[in-house]
Design a protein around this ligand. Structure first.
Ligand code: ZN
Length: 442
């Protein structure tokens, strides 16, 4: 029997617990239980039969044979772009100009910014995502509002004001000092809020819309604020790469542009990273950089194929990202499916995709001591999933082997399978409550 500290009030969540470990294997516990203390920490995760029932249990939630997974981690997505999902027909550069920049410009209006941020974070937790690494817009006020909303929703966010000072439309072009000062102010206000639930990421959009000065000053600012992140895009499309080559002719490659400006180091997150040579990968590994692989987006904009096995073999840390709105949906189950589909020759297995959407993302962000898997001592971020809910998945799936359950979730799952979402043991989404709320609103 596993005895735990009796001085704390404990809550039990019973179900089929599936959680990856650092070796990429699964902890697979049918009739398992997650015991969470009143600080939102996991104090026990194991078979219900091995738990000391005499511990000071306040409540028991029994999800039967439904699945309890670690909270999903989306390592790259754009808050203001939720209104332009599914706008097809253009490659990256024209797509930005035609659809994305006009939608981002609207966030200058704080009423609009509030509406979009509210919608965005509700949607995120409805999809079972407990941590999003989020691009806002260049607007300081809209980004502040977005942090307020994330704070009240109760999810985690690593977020920042976008920095753009060249090659962008007038409504989305800032001067260098405003860009730096706005970023610094938001960082000081929000970084580390609620014991690290909200974290700041300095967010230069990409090399195309950042002058050399902006990138190097941003790098200095980032390094002066320990624990903050630097979030940007890298080598997504060929047209973008050609443009960067024109702008920075002395740099060997796109990776080199960021390297020269001090943007390659631990705690960065580089989205896409598709078109890279071996030397680029060596530099990313040596600098301890992290990547976000966004397969749905790469499919949608026809940007190219991420070298999944190459990057993995090199030992570079990476998670997966929905990249909404270039990725049409927020569900990381759909992103996991696309990660498999976009590789032309290789199978990616459901258990390794689950790792990328949970612990792999946490490792990429250096947060694996706190989140990403369901282990004693970690914070209780988890999702209750019912694979049979309206997806057409056979109804006896829960009695099948775990690989089969995960395969069904990856290939058939989406937002519909998410029954409840918890961060630090606090329920921040419940499908039943959400349905009742929407019928009252109607
Ligand atoms: Zn993006």
């Amino acid at each position: 029997m596993h005895a735990v500290n009796q001085s704390k009030e404990l809550t039990a969540y019973r179900g089929h617990v599936i959680s990856p470990n650092i070796n990429g294997e699964l902890n697979d516990i049918r009739e398992g239980v997650l015991i969470v203390d009143d600080h939102g920490k996991i104090v026990f995760c194991g078979p219900w039969a091995e738990f000391d029932r005499h511990s000071n249990l306040k409540e028991i939630h029994n999800f039967g044979d439904k699945i309890i997974l670690p909270g999903l981690i989306d390592t790259h997505l754009h808050l203001p772009q939720v209104t332009v999902t599914g706008k097809s027909g253009e490659h990256l550069m024209k797509w930005l100009e035609r659809f994305v920049f006009p939608s981002e410009a609207r966030c200058a209006d704080p009423h609009y910014a509030l509406k979009i941020a509210t919608w965005f974070f509700d949607e995120m937790v409805r999809n079972g995502t407990t941590l999003g690494v989020v691009f806002s817009t260049i607007h300081k006020q809209a980004t502040d509002i977005a942090f307020e909303v994330a704070n009240s929703v109760g999810c985690r966010a690593i977020m920042g004001k976008v920095m753009m000072n060249t090659n962008s439309p007038p409504a989305l072009t800032e001067n260098l000092s405003d860009s730096l000062q706005g970023s610094l102010d938001l960082c000081e206000k929000w970084h580390g809020h609620d014991d690290g639930r909200l974290l700041y990421a300095f967010t230069p959009r990409f090399a195309v819309t950042s002058t050399s000065d902006l990138m190097s000053e941003c790098g200095k600012l980032w390094h002066s604020k320990p624990g903050t992140y630097m979030h940007t895009h890298l080598a997504e499309s060929q047209e973008e790469i050609d443009f960067v080559k024109e702008l920075f002719p002395k740099a060997r490659t796109y990776v080199d542009v960021y390297h020269q400006h001090g943007l390659l180091a631990r705690n960065n997150i580089l989205a896409h990273a598709i078109h890279l040579d071996d030397q680029d990968l060596d530099v990313l590994k040596e600098t301890d950089s992290s990547l976000s692989h966004c397969p749905s987006s790469n499919f949608f904009l026809k940007s190219g194929v991420f070298g999944y096995r190459r990057v993995e073999k090199k030992g570079i840390r990476f998670g997966i990202g929905s990249d909404v709105a270039a990725g049409p949906q927020m569900s990381l189950f759909c992103v996991m499916k696309d990660a498999n589909y976009i590789q032309p020759d290789e199978w990616l297995y459901p258990s390794e995709l689950l790792y990328r959407a949970t612990l792999g993302g946490a490792v990429a962000l250096g947060l694996e001591d706190k989140i990403g898997s369901l282990d004693e001592g970690k914070e209780a971020d988890f999702v209750v999933v019912d694979p049979t809910h309206r997806t057409g998945i056979i109804d006896d799936i829960l009695s099948k082997p775990t690989e089969e359950i995960l395969s069904a979730l990856v290939f058939l799952g989406d937002d519909r399978v998410v029954e409840a979402t918890f961060v630090r043991g606090r329920e921040i989404f419940n499908r039943q409550n959400a349905l009742e709320l929407s019928s009252i609103r109607r």
